[in-house]
Design a protein around this ligand. Structure first.
Ligand code: CMP
Length: 141
């Protein structure tokens, strides 16, 4: 068991439907600790850069536009196997394939408007956490 950090984004479809508290409750109930969290409205450059790994995919432009359609809540989480654990709490990317009780099964509207993002591996987690947080804005407690 390793203690890991991971990045969560509560996406615009969820913030606009007042689901922030419910989603954070799923995270805390799973035993994941919130080290830092904030709401922001992504700029076009931030959305493009954050999802640059998908820039050749047909859905990239729509994804960037969607991620700028409302505010997001970015949260740094910590816990044992936090990366995989949060992916389990989120459920599959496509809500149609998500397991019962997961955030995406409960709240996602579609493959694109799937309510949450979570880092998929240790390297991406580190890059994604530092995309939004510096060390001074994360608390160990
Ligand atoms: P996320 O886990 O944040 O990673 C990339 C995002 O692209 C994904 O969630 C969805 O919001 C969005 N997306 C839109 N279309 C697709 C697709 N066909 N395959 C994967 N992701 C998609």
């Amino acid at each position: 068991m390793t203690i890991q950090r991971t990045l969560s984004i509560i996406k615009p479809d969820a913030t606009k439907r007042n689901l922030v508290g419910k989603i954070l409750a799923h995270i805390e109930d799973a035993g994941l600790k919130i080290l830092g969290t904030r709401m922001l409205w992504l700029t076009e450059n931030q959305a493009k850069e954050f999802y640059a790994v998908h820039k050749e995919r047909p859905f990239y432009n729509e994804l960037v536009e969607y991620m700028r359609s409302g505010p997001v809540v970015v949260t740094c989480l910590e816990g044992e196997n936090a990366i995989e654990k949060y992916r389990e709490v989120m459920g599959a990317t496509n809500p149609e394939n998500a397991a019962d009780g997961t955030i995406r099964k409960l709240y996602a509207e579609s493959l694109q408007c799937n309510s949450v993002h979570g880092s998929d591996a240790p390297e991406t987690a580190q890059t994604e956490v530092s995309f939004f947080f510096n060390d001074e804005s994360l608390f160990t407690y």
